[in-house]
Design a protein around this ligand. Structure first.
Ligand code: CP
Length: 310
């Protein structure tokens, strides 16, 4: 199939808006940038004339550092904004904040926000490209893209491959973006967790549902384990973390009982000893730090392709 040369969208708001060709183009471009960032000189001049603002209204370690490194590797000018030390605390609106930042000749916005739909709200109201770095419980598109890239490194073409997503599906923006991305790439997807943490609509996205962790591990080629998002849980969805770990946590004994290699992934941050034991997270099955490494190349690809669409 011939490779598309430009994205079909002016922003990256969610995987929902991308075509399969867009996703393949991003992953293909990321492979080129992965080669660049492994050279002794890790920088290219592609975004030399661009200024990118990283607006983080919610905490982040991986996504924030990864975007900043991606922008620096592409030679962009960068401004970092943290809501906790800004005039948002004095009551300034999101739109006013962004209009003020853009008036200082900023070309592109990377934004993480706790409100689902916040980047979509901005997209129709400002003249700059926006990249969604996570909007509440809605989408986290660059995480899904770096996950798909990492999966392809392990399995090649994902068509027909079996990917199981374990844990707190209900509160996870990573789960929705992963499901949309993997289905567009032709993978088989299963979600597994306690019934209270699996949304009722999930089958309509073309995924299987299971409540049996060990059986789902046997089924899959890759296990993508998600964090229990206690900060988003307004009621109790399971009796205690200890019981969650006992019935839905993934441990080494389970992997040892399965006679094939399963790749273990986790978007981070990890609740060690809850959704996964340290023994598994740090084992030869795990590609968790490779995911983080790939995040820089994938975000370089997204920034580069969106800049080309301006
Ligand atoms: N995976 C992820 O989004 O991690 P951070 O919240 O640390 O950015």
């Amino acid at each position: 199939m011939p490779q598309a040369s430009a994205l079909s969208v002016p922003h990256l708001l969610g995987i929902k808006d991308l075509t399969a060709e867009d996703i393949r183009l991003i992953l293909h471009t990321a492979a080129t940038f992965k080669e660049v960032i492994n050279r002794p000189i890790k920088k290219v001049p592609s975004l030399r004339d661009l200024t990118v603002a990283n607006l983080f209204f919610e905490d982040s370690t991986r996504t924030r550092v990864s975007f900043e490194l991606a922008e620096k590797r592409l030679s962009a000018d960068i401004v970092n904004f943290s809501a906790s030390s800004s005039s948002v605390k004095k009551g300034e609106t999101l739109l006013d904040t962004v209009h003020n930042i853009l008036s200082m000749k900023v070309d592109m916005i990377v934004m993480r926000h706790p409100a689902p739909g916040a980047p979509h709200f901005l997209a129709g109201r400002i003249p700059a490209s926006i990249i969604n770095a996570g909007d509440g419980t809605h989408e986290h598109p660059t995480q899904a893209l770096l996950d798909a890239y990492s999966m392809q490194e392990q399995l090649g073409n994902l068509e027909g491959k079996k990917i199981a997503i374990f844990g707190d599906i209900l509160h996870s923006r990573v789960a929705l973006s992963n499901i949309l991305c993997l289905r567009k790439l032709g993978a088989q997807v299963r979600v597994c967790g306690p019934p209270t943490l699996i949304p009722k609509y999930i089958s309509s996205l073309g995924v299987e549902v299971s409540f049996n962790v060990e059986q789902s591990l046997r089924w899959c080629d890759i296990a993508n384990i998600l964090r229990i998002q206690l900060e988003r849980q307004d009621i109790r969805y399971f009796p205690s973390l200890r019981e969650y770990a006992l019935y839905f946590g993934i441990n080494k004994a389970m992997l040892d009982r399965i006679d094939k290699r399963i790749v273990i992934m986790h978007p981070g941050p990890i609740n060690r000893g809850v959704e996964v034991t340290s023994e598994v997270a740090d084992s030869e099955h795990s590609i968790i730090l490779q995911q983080v490494e790939n995040g820089v190349a994938v975000r370089m690809a997204v920034l580069y392709l969106l800049a080309g669409n301006r």
